[in-house]
Design a protein. Structure first.
Length: 109
C-alpha cells in the first residue's frame, strides 16, 4: 500500500494578540456608529475642522436638524464626537483619543 504525504493545514496565523473583550465591545460600538453613510460623512467633515456648528451640518447634508442631531447623538454615545454649547448653537468636534484608537486598530505592526 502506498502512503500519501500528510499536508500541513494551510492556515494564516495572525501575529496580533487576541483583543480583550472590553476593547472589542468598545470597538464594536464605534463600528456600529460608523455603519451609516451619513455618520461616516459627518465624521469626515468634522475631521477637516476644529469644530463645526450643527447648523452647518444641517445645511451641508440637506437634512433636518432633528435628523442631524440623531446622528450626532449616536456618534456622541459611541465616544467619537463631543459637543460644546455656544449660545443657542452646539458645536461638535472629534474626540482625538477615539480617532487614535481607531487608527491603532488598523495600524500595521
Amino acid at each position: 500500500m502506498k502512503t500519501l504525504p500528510v499536508l500541513q493545514p494551510i492556515c494564516c496565523t495572525a501575529d496580533a494578540p487576541p483583543i480583550k473583550r472590553k476593547a472589542a465591545n468598545s470597538l464594536a460600538t464605534i463600528f456600529k456608529a460608523l455603519a451609516d453613510p451619513t455618520r461616516v460623512a459627518i465624521v469626515h467633515r468634522l475631521a477637516s475642522a476644529d469644530s463645526v456648528c450643527v447648523c452647518d451640518l444641517t445645511e451641508a447634508f440637506d437634512l433636518s436638524q432633528p435628523t442631524i442631531s440623531h446622528h450626532l447623538r449616536i456618534l456622541r454615545e459611541a465616544g467619537l464626537v463631543e459637543a460644546e454649547r455656544r449660545g443657542t448653537w452646539a458645536y461638535y468636534r472629534l474626540v482625538p483619543e477615539a480617532i487614535a484608537a481607531l487608527r491603532g486598530v488598523f495600524a500595521a505592526e
